[in-house]
Design a protein around this ligand. Sequence first.
Ligand SMILES: [Zn+2]
Length: 442
Amino acid sequence: MLEQKVKTSLFRVFGGQGSGRALAVRKELAVSQYWPRAEIDTYQRTRLMELLDIAVQSCPYYRRLIHDPLKSDGVSAREVLAQLPLLYKADVRRHWTELQTRRRDIVRLQCFQTGGSTGEPLRVCKDRRGLAEVSASILRGHSWAELQLGDRTASIKAHGRVSRLGKLRQALLNAVSFSSCADQGVLRAEVIPALKQFRPRCITGYPTSLLGLASELRPREIVIPIILVTGEMLFQHQRTTLEDVFGGQVFQYYGSNEVSGIAFQCNKGALHVTDEQVIVEILDEAGQQVWDRVGRIVLTDLRNVGMPLIRYEIGDLGSITREICECGRTLTVIKELQGRTQDVIIGDNGVQLSGVFFAGRFRDLKYVRSYQLVQKDPTLVQLNYVPAGDGADAEISSMIRAIGEKLGCTVVVQPVPCDELSLTRAGKTRLVVGLVGGPAPI
Ligand SMILES: [Zn+2]
């Protein structure tokens, strides 16, 4: 108990700007996660109307966009949102300054840059109060995995270099980080011995970074109870491998640099939306809100009054449900995440294959260490792969046959062996890279 108090105090001092407020909001979130659904709906609506008010009053972009009064009497937050147009990445780039608030009491916006895995990087600003709320949502998400403040945590990060001050802060908070770009030699000589000495309770990183580390370890050579993954699609066989090697439980976190802390996995396996802070809509091909079926994910970040993102189309596919989780939390559940809207291979017959298809169909490869499909043009798909033994040619030939059968006869699948797959600017691996500017999959 005393130890936890010390760890909380260290977080309050060294946890970054707004850590005190984050701790206070965390307490509120611990209660609101069990609110009756109607109470969450009312809360969302109130926050949305406040956000819209600020946006229209103080952001030139929204002032121009929303001139007619919205129908708000007796309608839900989602019904209010349905009256508004979507905000695309291109809009954020084009109207970057106009999207920011002119309110003088909301100062010192902090900017974040996305990795730009599907093209140009994108910058989004956030205000400090909103950032503290984000931290609180992350603390709550961690608590669902039974990860407490100050528990020993190792991160495998895309940019592993940490400043001296950063290292000191990490040491005080019981954290350590390694570069996800480490090759096999560095993993064996440096990262694995350091992890054995550090004995983390939690390891966090992109699924492919953690799988790269796992491939150098015998099962349970290092036992890590909590495995937090984020940033890329997580496929079932990857989850199984990570749990087998580290002997722990995988917990998924869905967030992005534009909108952080969107959803966290509970101990019953459901990915719960941070409903108090973010409204997740799923839109079908006609732009209508849908439940229990896959569509485009559209987000409204209720926290960010500094640069309001209202109905922001993040470029991911997924589905949400109103089904209540066994854990008793009433928060919306993300039933499925299917990766980026552009991450599909399209056949001449109109068939569209996402990473979910390839990961499921080719989960038992023995002689192909990793692979990636890149659609170069409507009739050419490049299959980049890293061979891992003499049987690679046979496995690749059978993959090409299977993919060809799905995509139709004019699409050529061209195998390209390589030493390693290229990463995005954010250090992520993409299983499927669709045609840039190609049609959306639904
Ligand atoms: Zn749950």
